[in-house]
Design a protein around this ligand. Structure first.
Ligand SMILES: Cc1cc2nc3c(=O)[nH]c(=O)nc-3n(C[C@H](O)[C@H](O)[C@H](O)COP(=O)(O)OP(=O)(O)OC[C@H]3O[C@@H](n4cnc5c(N)ncnc54)[C@H](O)[C@@H]3O)c2cc1C
Length: 465
């Protein structure tokens, strides 16, 4: 006998789970969320938000260091690491409280504890090993997310070798730091610590940093990071970690040679692992692929009435993808006809300095997919607002289908591009062509004018470059 029955029981209160729960409640379904740690999940507590708070502190510090370029006098700008971290934790705490409030407002029940599927629409919840109860649900949404991946020989210890949780709550600034992995998470931490004055080296196994981004963009970003003093070693393998009392030596193999690098701390940013253990999947027909739960376009698993969304279902591991899937799952449960998610229209952002943002196909991927492409580029140096801001390093690249004029992809590096990318995302979602983009009026002076110019450039019509 279940202690309580719901129309929808969501396991995990991250941006996938809490959004799914609110949407389900909006649609009149009785809904509960089970969360074992913090509402808001990794995103609000240990991911997207606290890292952006840290990066904002780094940005303010950088601006203060460059004050003289703006005619301002700020002597010896410095930082208090504890206060930087405290601010980041406070921001996370504020948003965690906000999610609590939203769930209450929408009459979503919150059950604290660890959920386990028992099969046949039953879920057992325990807290610290003690039973909280058994709950019945017509529909279950698994939104258990993911955690930092470690590799054999590359395990974190929370002291000398960090993953993201420790990396965002340091008690001292390392003088030297090795970041293993150059995806968005690795690059954001590299950028943060570099700004705080650490000697940062990034090691990437692929032949370029930010490997999912357009090649030109990652080359551009690499040059900027190197100009800021960051060391970057690509096509390289890190291994053989040897720990000293207060440092770590890592063997880095590149170009057929192995070099020992000794640093104060190491950050592992080598991907994430889905949270599927001890979830009771064996009591269901739910299938996994390399640990990630397999779903169809409506986020349904193989087990009738069981859905899965967000990081636990695989790439791209992004909060907005998780939330969007949450809405799709809730609406499908409610018998609505949601629009399936098109992965080509999901933007991706890296909030380093410079920022990187993109949506859709890279030039290479578009060519591999058989498109005859037209490519437009526009540099930040050609934009009045960028120069006025003192942010003249960057570029905007657009990729079009030469036959139809459809926008296939947009790729940017430079100041505020993470805010700009949404313009192209709307355009792409609406299957816009170059014609509409050229006819769109962009306000002056803004960085967004470069988005217009990049489109014009693809058709040989750029005005300001
Ligand atoms: C350092 C870092 C920076 C990031 N920055 C960005 C960014 O800028 N933009 C972006 O889009 N994404 C970013 N991400 C990724 C983003 O955090 C994830 O994509 C997002 O949190 C996934 O949401 P989710 O709901 O699928 O899972 P999660 O946020 O992981 O939430 C899952 C929740 O389920 C709970 N849970 C797990 N198992 C159980 C169980 N058995 N019972 C009860 N509860 C359970 C967990 O405690 C957790 O709260 C970042 C990630 C990291 C680590």
């Amino acid at each position: 006998m279940a202690d309580m029955n719901y129309d929808v029981l969501v396991i995990g209160g991250g941006p996938g789970g809490y959004v799914a729960a609110i949407r389900a409640a909006q649609l009149g379904l009785s809904t509960a969320v089970v969360e074992r740690e913090n509402l808001g999940g990794i995103c609000l507590n240990w991911g997207c938000i606290p890292t952006k708070a840290l990066l904002r502190s780094a940005e303010v510090l950088r601006n203060a260091k460059h004050a003289a370029e703006y005619g301002l006098v700020i002597q010896n700008p410095s930082f208090d690491l504890d206060k930087v971290v405290q601010r980041s934790r406070k921001v996370a705490g504020q948003l965690n409280g906000g999610v609590k409030h939203l769930l209450k407002k929408n009459k979503v029940a919150v059950i604290e504890g660890d959920a386990k599927l028992l099969g046949k629409g039953q879920v057992a919840v325990t807290k610290n090993g003690a039973a909280v109860g058994t709950f019945g649900a017509k529909n279950i949404i698994i939104a258990t997310g993911a955690r930092a991946r470690t590799l054999p020989g590359l395990e974190d210890d929370g002291k000398l070798v960090w993953t993201y949780r420790k990396a965002m709550t340091p008690n001292t600034t390392p003088k030297s730091l090795l970041v293993i992995g150059s995806g968005a998470i690795g690059i954001e931490f590299a950028s943060f610590y570099n700004e705080l004055g650490a000697k940062v080296t990034v090691v990437e196994v692929m032949d370029r940093i930010l490997p999912v981004e357009d090649e030109e963009i990652s080359t551009f970003a690499r040059k900027q990071f190197e100009k800021q003093g960051m060391g970057i070693i690509t096509a390289a393998k890190a291994g053989n970690l040897r720990k000293g009392a207060d440092n770590v030596t890592v063997a880095v193999e590149a170009n057929g040679k192995t070099e020992d690098i000794t640093v104060d701390r190491v950050i592992l940013a080598v991907g994430i692992a889905p949270n599927t253990e001890n979830l009771g999947l064996e009591n269901t027909k739910v299938q996994t692929d390399r640990g990630h739960i397999k779903t169809n376009q409506w986020c349904q698993t193989e087990e009738p009435g069981v859905y899965a969304i967000g990081d636990v279902t695989g790439a791209p591991w992004l909060a907005h993808k998780a939330s969007h899937e949450g809405v799709i799952a809730a609406e499908h449960i409610a018998g609505k006809h949601p629009h399936p998610l098109d992965v080509r229209n999901i933007p991706g952002c890296t909030y380093s300095h410079p920022q990187i943002a993109s949506v859709g196909l890279t030039e290479k991927k578009a060519k591999e997919a058989g498109y005859d492409v037209r490519v437009g580029r526009f540099p930040f140096i050609g934009n009045g607002k960028a120069i006025a801001l003192g942010e003249a390093d960057g570029m905007v690249k657009t990729v079009f289908d030469a036959k139809t004029g459809e926008l296939l992809g947009a790729h940017m590096v430079g100041a505020e591009v993470t805010e700009l990318i949404q313009g192209y995302t709307v355009a792409k979602t609406m299957e816009t062509t170059e014609k509409e983009l050229m006819e769109t009026v962009f306000p002056h002076p803004t960085l967004s004018e470069m988005m217009h110019e990049s489109v014009l450039d693809a058709y040989g019509r750029a005005i300001h470059f």
